[in-house]
Design a binder for this molecule. Structure first.
Ligand code: SF4
Length: 295
């Protein structure tokens, strides 16, 4: 049996977690600043965004978490042929334990039967790992920290929906997304970021919807129909008037990202992954032992 290629990424993963937890990506911060400037001067919406922006800047300066809920750790690792995924999991797990000791992460992994907190963010399904072998000769590790309040307002809808008169088409997708955001009424710490998947089964749909949350805020979907729907939903969700933290206002959603998967003829799911304003994601690439951090 060939020997797996070796890499030591524990220290690099610790720094990746620190960055994800304490420094919000520039594109997310910029979107929040633009939202702040758009709101009525002195309104509750603007004050709420001002507090969020102040928190972000204090967290980055002090290297402390942007929010007390440091969320679920979701790792996507892209790697060339020959690396041991078990070894990478061990190293990232050790980095997670150290990140918890450094208080970059709150102990967030609770046993669902005993209610006992593991104290180090490790547990069944925690952290989450998704591995992708690719042709490129470098390793890319992507991390998303997804807050619990935002996870609570995720939704999976199926079409058709007679209550909403939503059929199995893009207009039906639009209707169930608007209904979901209206029902959330600012819960999940608005303004939020939406990752949506049309199709797939229930598991693949949610996974793809969450992968959309790694996309930069200002990219454009290469599929014209989806790009158009992203823009329309961004406009229409913000016309709901729910506003930051549900205080009313012009900004309920900061960006909308949509994917589409094949589905069974019998099913048409729309999976909506809602991410709070704390859109904490960070990437690193490792090539020839050199680590480069992004975002
Ligand atoms: S939903 Fe997001 S912003 Fe709200 S408490 Fe959780 S991590 Fe913090």
């Amino acid at each position: 049996m060939p020997t797996p290629r070796a890499i030591d990424l524990e220290d690099a993963a610790l720094e990746l977690i620190r960055r994800a937890s304490t420094v919000l990506p520039e594109d997310v911060t910029d979107a929040l600043k633009r939202a702040h400037d758009r709101e009525e001067s002195g309104s509750a919406a603007q004050q709420s965004l001002a507090s969020i922006l102040q928190n972000i800047s204090m967290a980055a300066e002090a290297s402390t978490p942007v929010c007390q809920d440091t969320g679920t750790l979701i790792f996507h690792v892209y790697y060339p042929f020959g690396y041991s995924t078990a070894s990478m999991i061990n190293q990232i797990n050790r980095a997670t334990i150290r990140a918890t000791e450094h208080a970059y992460l709150r102990p967030n992994a609770v046993h669902s039967l005993t209610g006992k907190n593991s104290g180090n963010n490790l547990g069944a399904g925690a952290p989450q790992f998704h591995f992708h072998e690719w042709e490129t000769d470098e390793i890319l590790v992507r991390l998303l920290l997804k807050g619990g309040g935002s996870e609570n307002v995720c939704a999976q809808c199926k079409l058709p929906d007679t209550r909403l008169k939503a059929g199995r088409n893009l207009d039906g997708v639009r209707k169930v997304v608007l209904d979901t955001i209206f029902a959330a009424q600012g819960m999940g710490c608005a303004p939020g970021i939406l990752g949506i998947c049309i199709g797939g089964d229930r598991g693949a749909g949610y996974m793809s919807a969450k992968e959309q949350l790694f996309r930069p805020m200002n990219d454009r979907n290469p599929v014209p129909e989806l790009a158009e729907l992203e823009e329309r939903l961004l406009k229409e969700t913000n016309e709901l008037g729910i506003g930051p933290m549900g205080f009313g206002g012009k900004t309920t959603i900061l960006s909308v990202k949509i994917s589409a998967l094949h589905r069974l003829p019998a099913s048409f799911f729309v999976s909506i992954a809602y991410l709070c304003w704390a859109g904490r994601r960070a990437d690193m690439t490792i090539k020839n032992g050199e680590v480069v951090y992004h975002a």
